[in-house]
Write a protein that binds this ligand. Structure first.
Ligand code: PGA
Length: 262
């Protein structure tokens, strides 16, 4: 069994629809300087137009640049869509798939998300798959059933080797952009459930290596307590990743986890 502390801490910012090319380059340049000695893995999921500038600014630094969505076809007549090849060509190494805003505002369902996940993994992008229950599902005790269904359907036909390139982000919908962070205990219970589900299907070693991030109103004030939970290996940060100072503070929380784990 691989010890929990063997998993790296992975902190990713999700900028959603914010910033300009110049702002993204300046942010990444400053961030690169701050994280140059950090053992935490850091990523930024930026809008498509900023991928190249952000990736150029991140060159030589340990910051991965990714996208927030992708289409599931290789190429073709899909006006307004973008492919994995285009994302990689622009400088992206990972992509967020299945974010609740995509599910709710753009009607992405588990079957479509599954096609995107398989396409991205086949095409060599690391995938951050977002799952999580709504407030109503949370309040009516359906969290585990929802997570089970999302994992089963979104990861259908994904092979054991491909799981290595997957990160799962547990993002309770009621916690996103609401300042209602899940308590570390609630998040840990879901993360533990998710890891067990992965173990059942892809085996214990794969599940022990899997990075499971928490997302939903992560702030410098609550990041350390979340990261201290044994099955919380990282954070997917929305609003607080737009402000350099706040994002840096969240990245630096990793030190606390390392100390408490040894
Ligand atoms: P938030 O967003 O941190 O602003 O709640 C998280 C997310 O949507 O990934």
């Amino acid at each position: 069994v691989i010890a929990e502390s063997v998993r790296p801490t992975v902190i990713i910012g999700n900028w959603k629809m914010h910033k300009t090319i110049a702002e993204s380059a300046a942010f990444v340049t400053s961030l690169a300087f701050v994280v140059r000695h950090s053992s935490t893995q850091v990523g930024l999921a930026v809008p498509y137009t900023m991928i190249t500038a952000a990736a150029d600014a991140a060159r030589g630094a340990l910051i991965a640049i990714g996208a927030q969505n992708v289409f599931d076809a290789e190429e073709g007549p899909y006006t307004g869509e973008i492919s994995c090849r285009m994302l990689k060509d622009a400088g992206a190494s990972f992509v967020i798939i299945g974010h609740s805003e995509r599910r709710h505002l753009f009607h992405e369902d588990n079957a479509w998300i599954n096609r995107k996940v398989k396409r991205a993994l086949n095409d060599g992008l690391r995938v951050v798959l977002c799952i999580g229950e709504t407030l109503e599902q949370h309040q009516t005790g359906k969290t585990h059933a929802v997570l089970h269904e999302q994992l089963t359907e979104c990861l259908k036909d994904v092979g054991e080797r491909q799981i290595e390139s997957l990160i799962i982000a547990y993002e309770p919908v009621w916690a996103i952009g609401t300042n209602q962070t899940a308590t570390p205990e609630i998040a840990q219970a879901s993360h533990h459930f998710i890891r067990n589900e992965i173990a059942k299907k892809w085996g214990k070693p794969a599940s022990e290596r899997l990075i499971i991030q928490y997302g939903g109103s992560v702030k410098p004030e609550n990041a350390a307590a979340l990261l201290n939970e044994p099955d919380i290996d990282g954070l997917l940060v929305g609003g607080a990743s737009l402000v350099l100072d706040a994002f840096v503070k969240i990245i630096q929380c990793h030190k606390i986890k390392t100390q408490s784990a040894t």
